[in-house]
Design a protein around this ligand. Structure first.
Ligand SMILES: Nc1nc2c(c(=O)[nH]1)N[C@H]1C(S)=C(S)[C@@H](COP(=O)(O)OP(=O)(O)OC[C@H]3O[C@@H](n4cnc5c(=O)[nH]c(N)nc54)[C@H](O)[C@@H]3O)O[C@H]1N2
Ligand SMILES: Nc1nc2c(c(=O)[nH]1)N[C@H]1C(S)=C(S)[C@@H](COP(=O)(O)OP(=O)(O)OC[C@H]3O[C@@H](n4cnc5c(=O)[nH]c(N)nc54)[C@H](O)[C@@H]3O)O[C@H]1N2
Ligand SMILES: [Mo]
Length: 811
């Protein structure tokens, strides 16, 4: 989240699109309801009517997978009707920048496309620079090559007729949402967006979010109280797990995982350290070497020296151009390339797309290790439906883990608040925290390498690995100190601007990431967490102060929010170029002539009107401004509508490109894809229900939850039920080109047929909370992922669980 839960109460309009917040994020939803009580308008855009829709002002149904078309239409509306916030757009975004002559967009393809590789070369997606290396700008926004004009041109194609025909949303509904939402493009109104899986589970997932980012920038809704783009995160502490690098391309704090061609530390740092010639751009990532070198020091301590590039060559490297997502991991298992699998606190056999393939892939493993509080379908795959245990060679282990409330540590909510929690009870039996399991396994591996050597042995034998306490248990404080960072030698830090010198002793904790060093004087496991402790060792994650000096619900003394306890990121953009709040009634920050007052500002520098010392507001961006034109994505600098991998259409109404041209197509024998046909005529989406948790591996043990939601079902509209002669409660077979899911039909008013390109398109929906292992009599059904394709977002490989084609027949 750019903002945080409590801040949702400050919004005038809340667009919930791609989320079922009332059922899956009840705490966030509490704040949404507070906004509503104060008069805010709450809009829900979702293919299906849910408990969230019921509490909103109104619900707008749209066909799954068409959000970019819907939002592209909104961009067009905002620009056509002059609803954008001119001062903000001009000063704080790259609207005035000039796009290079060689960039083009033609019939669904951006320049630089290689059809063979299904990849773009982004060399032409650039902004022009003048002779001194500064971006060329046209402050009148009239240059036809300006980002503003190119944006306008790109989205002029998203007319009401087109958008309505693609999305299945009526023109009245489109206009209603566009009008209400774009009314927040004025200084004293704030609009926010809440999304979750309805946006991420698509082959265009990242671009769904970017389209909204463009809208928020046009309306001046970024960096303000009640604004922003707010991802309501999923699993408990999933925010913490991404902060600490659960994703394959990241190191802690979103530093980049090195790839093979970056052969030396210098090479690597040069690639990832942005340079700006503009003195007004803070370009904060120019500090990247400090964060990265400190990270290397946290791994190898005094073994990491300047001479050996701080151990850079010990780092594992990704092969260039290769990806390592869950789907790729399964693919490699299927091909017999991956031999062992640690499945920690997950139920891959149920949760990962194309379950038939996943389960087949596991048969190729030599060993599988689970670390869990319960058994599940993954650990028991060797005796699953249709599997002959005698033919399976895989050795399976299930290690007993303690549950979250049986251990102490930090936990991060979606709003980046890192809160300390305490152990409430001892784990039963032999259960210990998964962290302790990993520490002990790695310690044993280290011993083995010390004795026997092996490939890249120094990476392991040199590891700093002292995270157990005197009783042999995981020492969470040691771990969290290591994450915060410490000085590795006595160090004097000079602040030239303030004219101060501060002395730190070796071993002392680093007070903020501003103190991290690129010369090995600091070690820090995760730079964004620097400052979670004070230099004197006070744990700020334990803070529970309820003061709220701004009245905006920032609660600066409650827990620690990364970065540096900033509650709303990009907050300098809430003020005009002189540092005066755009909206004095919701004053997030104000420049008082010598300092900022309010939230922790995005850097101490004066506002940008001070041409000498002032900085632009988006300090993490190379140019200091936010990107309407965003060359960071692999599938285009402006989001474009493409159909899902499986779609009811044979032609994309926007262009000749039916699907996202930059997604990877998995070509294994079990990766079948259906084109639009009579065989699989219905759009299917999947989701969770309130009564279960994800795969249900946690909740299907509970008799009372099973009583409420006993088995797999498919929600179908009354119209489709009538067409197919299916009664409510009848047994049906849902099938895709990849598999079948027998279940019960739930005939409902929550789904309504769509009119798409002049034809009736039915959409159905299914929860994904079931598996064969329990309830033990098999009455729950099996995984919905028997149906889903191995396909994912071009940028993240988040799977396309939310739109694919099925058939529904009476069983
Ligand atoms: N009780 C309970 N709470 C949970 C969970 C749980 O299993 N049970 N799971 C947790 C986890 S891990 C997560 S990630 C979150 C998930 O939270 P949510 O994202 O809210 O969960 P979903 O139900 O997967 O999907 C949200 C909505 O997206 C809609 N949708 C489907 N396709 C599209 C589309 O193309 N466009 C749009 N705009 N909407 C679409 C669906 O109809 C659904 O209502 O919830 C967390 N909270
Ligand atoms: N079709 C479809 N598939 C989906 C989704 C969808 O919307 N549609 N959603 C996707 C999403 S967003 C997610 S997050 C994944 C979830 O997929 P998984 O992570 O595979 O599923 P969970 O059910 O959350 O699995 C949790 C496991 O962790 C164990 N567990 C619970 N608490 C603890 C604990 O404290 N310690 C330990 N060690 N173990 C514990 C549980 O017993 C369970 O076995 O599914 C994805 N799959
Ligand atoms: Mo999730």
């Amino acid at each position: 989240m750019t903002n945080h839960y409590c801040d949702l109460k400050n919004a005038d309009v809340i667009l919930i699109m791609g989320s079922n917040a009332a059922e899956h994020h009840p705490i966030a939803f509490k704040w949404i309801l507070r906004a509503k009580e104060k008069g805010a308008t709450i809009i829900h855009v979702d293919p299906r009517y849910t408990r969230t829709s019921a509490r909103c002002d109104f619900h707008v149904p749209l066909r799954s997978g068409t959000d970019i078309a819907f939002l592209g239409g909104m961009i067009n509306y905002i620009l056509e009707k002059d609803k954008y916030f001119k001062d903000y757009v001009l000063n704080y975004t790259n609207a005035s920048f000039i796009i290079g002559e060689d960039y083009s967009f033609n019939d669904g393809l951006f320049s630089g496309y290689d059809a063979q590789k299904r990849k773009y070369d982004k060399a032409t997606w650039v902004l022009e620079k003048d002779g001194s290396g500064l971006p060329k700008r046209d402050m009148t926004l009239s240059n036809p090559r300006s980002v503003f004009q190119m944006l306008k041109n790109h989205y002029s194609r998203y007319t009401l007729d087109k958008v309505s025909s693609i999305t299945g949303v009526s023109k009245e509904n489109l206009l209603k949402v566009y009008e209400i939402y774009s009314a927040t493009g004025v200084p004293d109104k704030a609009g926010t967006e809440c999304y979750a899986l309805g946006w991420t589970h698509h082959t265009v997932g990242s671009q769904n979010i970017r389209t909204m980012a463009i809208i928020q920038l046009l309306l001046g809704n970024m960096g303000i109280a009640g604004g922003g783009i707010n991802a309501l995160r999923g699993e408990p502490n999933v925010q913490g797990s991404t902060d600490h690098c659960i994703l394959y391309g990241n190191l802690p704090g979103y530093l980049k995982m090195p790839s093979a061609s970056l052969e030396s530390l210098d090479h690597y740092l040069e690639k990832y350290t942005p340079v700006s010639k503009d003195p007004q751009s803070a370009n904060y990532y120019s500090n990247y070497p400090k964060f990265f070198v400190s990270f290397l020091k946290s791994l190898w301590d005094d073994k990491a020296t300047k001479e050996n590039g701080f151990g850079y060559n010990w780092m594992p490297k990704m092969d260039d151009g290769k990806h390592y997502s869950t789907m790729h991991m399964v693919d490699a298992m299927y091909e017999g390339k991956v031999k062992g699998y640690f499945c920690v606190a997950a139920d891959t056999a149920v949760s990962t797309p194309n379950s038939n393939k996943v389960r087949k892939a596991m048969e190729n493993l030599d060993w599988l290790v689970g670390e869990n509080i319960f058994n599940n379908e993954t650990y028991e795959f060797w005796r699953g439906p249709g599997v002959d245990p005698k033919k399976i060679k895989t050795e399976c282990f299930l290690l007993p883990a303690s549950a979250t409330m049986e251990k102490e540590g930090s936990q991060s909510n979606s709003g980046r608040w890192v809160q300390w929690k305490y152990k409430a009870a001892d784990a039963p039996g032999d259960g210990i925290p998964v962290g302790e399991i990993e520490i002990k396994i790695m310690a044993a591996v280290k011993k083995l390498y010390e004795k026997e050597g092996g490939p890249n042995a120094e990476a392991i034998t040199n590891l700093k690995w002292d995270y157990l306490d005197s009783k042999g248990h995981m020492d969470v404080l040691k771990v969290s100190h290591q994450i915060n960072g410490r000085f590795t030698e006595d160090t004097v830090i000079e602040d030239k601007a303030k004219g101060t010198k501060t002395e730190f002793k070796k071993g002392q904790l680093v007070p903020t990431f501003g103190n991290l060093q690129a010369d090995g004087k600091t070690a820090c496991g995760n730079w964004i967490m620097s400052g979670s402790y004070t230099a004197d060792g006070i744990n700020k994650m334990q803070s529970r102060g309820k003061e709220d000096p701004t009245g905006l619900g920032l609660f600066p003394n409650w827990s620690f929010a990364w970065p540096v306890n900033r509650r709303i990121i990009y907050n300098r953009a809430s003020c005009d170029v002189n540092g005066k709040p755009y909206n004095p009634k919701r004053k997030l920050l104000e420049w008082k002539g010598d300092k900022w007052v309010g939230d922790v500002p995005d850097g101490p520098w004066p506002p940008m009107a001070d041409k000498e010392k002032g900085k632009y507001p988006f300090i993490m961006k190379q140019d200091g401004v936010a990107s309407l034109f965003g060359p960071g994505m692999v599938d285009g600098p402006f989001p474009e509508h493409y159909e899902p991998l499986e779609s009811p259409l044979t032609k994309n109404p926007m262009s000749s490109q039916l699907i996202n041209p930059a997604i990877e197509i998995f070509k294994g024998e079990m990766d079948k894809v259906a084109s639009a046909s009579e065989k699989f005529p219905y759009v299917c989406t999947t989701y969770s229900c309130t009564e279960h948790w994800c795969t249900g591996a946690l909740t299907r043990w509970q008799a009372w939850l099973l009583e409420m939601q006993p088995e797999l079902y498919v929600e179908i509209s009354e119209q489709l039920a009538k067409e197919k002669g299916i009664q409510n409660g009848a047994r049906v077979k849902v099938s895709s080109v990849r598999g079948e899911a027998p279940c019960v039909a739930m005939v409902t008013k929550r789904f309504k047929p769509f009119t798409v390109e002049g034809k009736t398109v039915h959409q159905v929906g299914m929860p994904f909370n079931y598996g064969w292992l329990f309830p033990e009599d098999g009455s729950g059904g099996d995984s919905t992922n028997m149906l889903t394709p191995t396909a994912g977002c071009a940028n993240t490989f988040c799977p396309e669980y939310k739109a694919f084609m099925v058939n529904v027949e009476k069983a």
